[in-house]
Design a binder for this molecule. Structure first.
Ligand SMILES: Nc1ncnc2c1ncn2[C@@H]1O[C@H](COP(=O)(O)OP(=O)(O)OP(=O)(O)O)[C@@H](O)[C@H]1O
Ligand SMILES: [Mg+2]
Length: 276
């Protein structure tokens, strides 16, 4: 007998569901029992000290590495069990900004942004140029489309990387340490841009970072990884964790030094609502 209520709607699957993931390299397990969900339109941070496995987790999420156990699903569809073509279809819906930035130095900014469009779309050359120019305008680099990466500042290179990550209108953007190597003002501008992207497009955003200011300004929720524990030691909204966590590792990380005062919300950053 079907016992379901006649009008019960299926819950909308989250943007990302990670269940019991086990990650590592060459048989050495770094993270175990990693389980979390990222809601649609959420800005979600993976935080923790250097070497705890943040980038490693990201590499597993975007399919650069395969987990030894567990599963990752995007919008309700399992990722790692798909064949190569199936995984590639999913990957086309992601934008990824790696820790190193990784723009092609021999290509102009417009050519860099055009690259994924050339690889993955059937747009004409003219259309590709138009989309690439638009994406650069969205990150404030309209005037620099013909510059090479070496001719612009570090902050501008990050924004160009973001324009490239946005080229295919991704539903999820992954960032690895977006503010690494940036001064605080440039880093804040990048944070503002990330908030604006979420507001404009409802993009789900996953950020790997240990920058307190960005964590407190941007994150709807976080998971915190710990190297010794080999997995997640805390999850929740960052202010809630500061207020309620009894774990000294969490308190030390989120209140390190006197920097919690830096992490007081920066008033000029307006946060749009997270979209479920
Ligand atoms: N390609 C690799 N092969 C083997 N081990 C690796 C590889 N990359 C990273 N590791 C190891 O995995 C551990 C976690 O590294 P990972 O880069 O994920 O840390 P992280 O949290 O991103 O650190 P950071 O904040 O410094 O970027 C480190 O001990 C590192 O030595
Ligand atoms: Mg890293």
């Amino acid at each position: 007998m079907d016992t379901r209520a006649p009008f019960s709607a299926e819950p909308v699957p989250p943007a990302i569901r990670v269940e019991n993931l086990e990650c590592g390299y060459h048989g050495e397990v770094l993270l175990r029992n990693v389980t979390f969900e990222v809601r649609r339109g959420e800005i979600f941070f993976v935080i923790g000290g250097s070497g705890c496995g943040k980038s490693t987790l990201l590499r597993h999420l975007v399919g650069l590495l395969s987990p030894t156990k567990g599963s990752v699903s995007y919008f309700g569809r399992d990722f790692h069990s798909r064949d190569l073509a199936g995984r590639r279809d999913v990957l086309k819906t992601f934008g990824v900004l790696y820790q190193s930035g990784a723009l092609w130095s021999s290509l102009t900014l417009r050519e860099n942004v055009a690259l994924p469009l050339e690889l993955y779309t059937a747009l004409t050359r003219h259309e590709i140029e138009e989309v690439a120019t638009l994406k650069l305008a969205q990150v404030g680099l309209a005037k620099f489309a013909d510059y090479y990466p070496a001719e612009i500042s570090g902050g501008m290179r990050k924004r160009a990387g973001l324009a490239r990550a946005l080229a295919l209108d991704p539903s999820i953007v992954f960032f690895d340490e977006p503010s690494a190597g940036l001064d605080p003002i440039t880093s804040r501008k990048l944070d503002e841009l990330i908030l604006r992207i979420r507001e404009m497009f409802g993009t789900t955003i996953v950020i790997v970072s240990h920058e307190l200011a960005s964590i407190f300004d941007l994150a709807d929720r976080v998971i915190m990884l710990d190297r010794e524990a080999g997995g997640i030691i805390a999850s929740g909204a960052p202010r809630e964790l500061v207020a309620t966590s009894t774990d000294p590792r969490v308190q030390e990380f989120l209140r390190r030094g006197d920097r919690v005062s830096d992490a007081i919300p920066r008033p000029e950053l307006s946060r749009g609502p997270s979209i479920q």
